[in-house]
Write a protein that binds this ligand. Structure first.
Ligand SMILES: [Zn+2]
Length: 211
C-alpha cells in the first residue's frame, strides 16, 4: 500500500494521505472502550489510560520521525474538542501555530502570542469563532457569568481585542506592506468549514482585513 502511494504524484500522495488519516479517524472514533468518557472512571484511571496511549503514540513517533515545517499560518481557535485544527487546515503536517482559548477569547497575552508568530515568519493569521460555542452560550446564563467573570469579560471584548491587535504597530505595518493577511472567520462546528464571520453588536471588524 505504502509503495503504491509513493508512486503517485505529490498531489495524489497528499490526497491519499488525507484519505488514510480520515480512514484512521473512522477506525478509532467508534471504539468506546478506549475513550475517557466512562462515567465511573476515576481521575486516576483516566490518567493511567492517558499515559498508556501517550507511550504507544510516542513509540510510533520514535520509530517513524516526522518532518519539521516552518509555520506560515497562525490560528486562534476555541478550545472546543469538536474542532480538530488539522481538519480545519486539511493538512496534518503541523505547519501551523495554534492558539486555543475558550471562545477564542483574546487578551493582551494572546495578542502578543500572535505577534510572536508573525515575528517567526507567519504570513496569514486566521482568527476564528465557531457555531454552537459553549463559552458563548455560557454568557447568556447569569449563574455562569457570575462563576467565570474574567472569561465572560474576555468574550465580551473579543471584537475590540481584534481591532486592537490589528492596530499593533508591527501588525499594522506588515498588513500595509502586504506581508501579512488577517482573516476573521467562523467555523461550522459540524463540518469544520470556515466561512465568513458576521460580527454581532458591538460592531466588530470587517470580516476581511489586509490584502
Ligand atoms: Zn467554543
Amino acid at each position: 500500500m505504502a509503495v503504491l502511494v509513493l508512486a503517485l504524484s505529490p498531489r495524489a500522495q497528499f490526497l491519499a494521505g488525507g484519505a488514510m488519516v480520515n480512514a484512521a479517524y473512522r477506525m478509532q472514533d467508534h471504539l468506546h472502550d478506549y475513550d475517557f468518557e466512562h462515567p465511573n472512571a476515576t481521575p486516576e484511571q483516566v490518567w493511567v489510560e492517558f499515559v498508556k496511549q501517550n507511550e504507544l503514540a510516542s513509540k510510533v513517533r520514535e520509530t517513524f520521525p516526522r518532518t519539521t515545517f516552518h509555520p506560515v499560518v497562525a490560528m486562534l481557535v476555541c478550545m472546543d474538542a469538536r474542532i480538530d485544527t488539522n481538519e480545519l487546515a486539511g493538512d496534518t503536517r503541523r505547519n501551523y501555530y495554534i492558539v486555543r482559548t475558550a471562545g477564542s477569547a483574546m487578551s493582551l497575552k494572546e495578542e502578543e502570542m500572535l505577534e510572536l508568530a508573525v515575528a517567526n515568519g507567519v504570513k496569514l493569521i486566521v482568527i476564528t469563532r465557531h457555531t454552537d460555542c459553549a463559552a458563548e452560550k455560557a454568557m447568556l446564563k447569569p449563574e455562569l457569568r457570575a462563576q467565570y467573570p474574567a472569561l465572560m469579560e474576555a468574550l465580551t471584548e473579543r471584537d475590540r481585542r481584534t481591532r486592537d491587535f490589528l492596530e499593533r504597530p508591527v501588525i499594522a505595518q506588515r498588513i500595509k506592506e502586504g506581508k501579512l493577511l488577517v482573516k476573521v472567520l467562523e467555523i461550522d462546528t459540524k463540518t469544520e468549514h470556515l466561512g465568513e464571520h458576521h460580527a454581532t453588536a458591538p460592531p466588530g471588524p470587517d470580516a476581511e482585513v489586509g490584502h
